[in-house]
Design a protein around this ligand. Sequence first.
Ligand code: FHN
Length: 452
Amino acid sequence: MSAMDRREFLWTTAAGASLLARPGGSGAGWPDESPAERDRRMAWWREARFGMFIHWGIYSTLGGVWKGEQVKLQPAEWTMQAKHVPDAEYSQIAANFNPVKFNAREWAALAKRAGMKYLVITSKHHDGFCLFDSKLTNYDIMDATPFQRDVIKELAEACAAEGIRFGVYYSQLDWHFAEKPVARATIPNFDRYLEYMKGQLEELLTGYGPFGSLFFDGDWMPQWNNVLGREIEAWCRRFQPHLVINDRLSKRPTSIQLAALLKLPYRVPVPPVGDYATPEQSIPGYLPPCDWESNMTMNTSWGYKSFDNNWKSTADLIRKLVDIASKGGNFLLNVGPTGEGVIPQPSVERLEAIGKWMQVNGEAIYGTGAGPLQNLKWGRSTQKAGNIYLHVFDWPAGELKIKGLKQNVRRAYLLADAKADLPVSQAGGATTIKLPEIAPDPISSAVVLEGR
Ligand code: FHN
């Protein structure tokens, strides 16, 4: 067994041993929800495949720098922890949060142009600052900043206008209540904090229109467990029964946390609470047994980090999107706007380019399932409604020959030129498609195989 296999085995064993998968397949949903009802509730999310993640808050004013010192190892939204800033001092920076360039409609329109079908923004991250007008605290954008606009409300309305599903990220880990800003913080008077958390979730789920999804985070905090997770899931579903909720209401095994932190491959466990698993900054090397969504940054920080220019290329991001879809997953791609409310230009450029690619290739991503051909050297495959989509990264000379395809192919064509049939033959267990010399797209070109 190779070292990698052994490590993966360890993660799998640890993950498997510590998770009691809920009966009824992946995810929890309503305890008595039938598989058909769950499929109906998940349908838009499985169709969407691609969403925008937004990490934005008072930490964005810092750009990953605290008193002249760069936050190097942690992402920018962890500045409070990285620089061991007491809450009394850190919370003062809210007075500098005045994002006068924020334009919700521009953000929603950019997500739409990128081909994204849903958007998830941090309503409250670990620092506890609220981007929405909460009646339960003054540590929010209405009371603690000169901006005094409810950006969650503005963005929810903008998404509705652009036809994009709106959702929020909410951290159960809260350094504004914790004894100190550390990853494994404990919160005194935890029952009182839980009531605060439930009250804020009620505010969000009753005051901002229908949500598509909720992304919880911070399950690694010592006080969190699956019982609380199920309690909060049921609480949220009281207000919006058809929410799609991630797995971080679960108490994911520490091995998953460590693997994510160390960027090691790990088996995505079926969530005991919530609807989908959330591999982070990674794509599983196999087909997970449940709904799942990979969330990733474009550089290395979720929150705006002024000196982080380690941007993934557009080609890399498109191929990640294809790879994720080929394994039946969703891609939640992050932007970290500045303290002024501006999405960094490198992010905008990549999203515009992905959007142009999606205009041609979106049919091979949206609503598709994991492809019948896995572990392809030259590309990936997805499938939908009897069609197989071959996503060709490395364009071959003259023809593409694939073995192991069980389906009979009636017709083959380039998604970029659907009117022109490609010569296709099937013999001896192989399917051969004659291809033009030049690929329609240098990054990834879709060849459609229509079933008989
Ligand atoms: O600690 C957070 C981090 O800041 C970021 O929000 C990511 C996004 O999935 N989640 C946690 C790290 O796993």
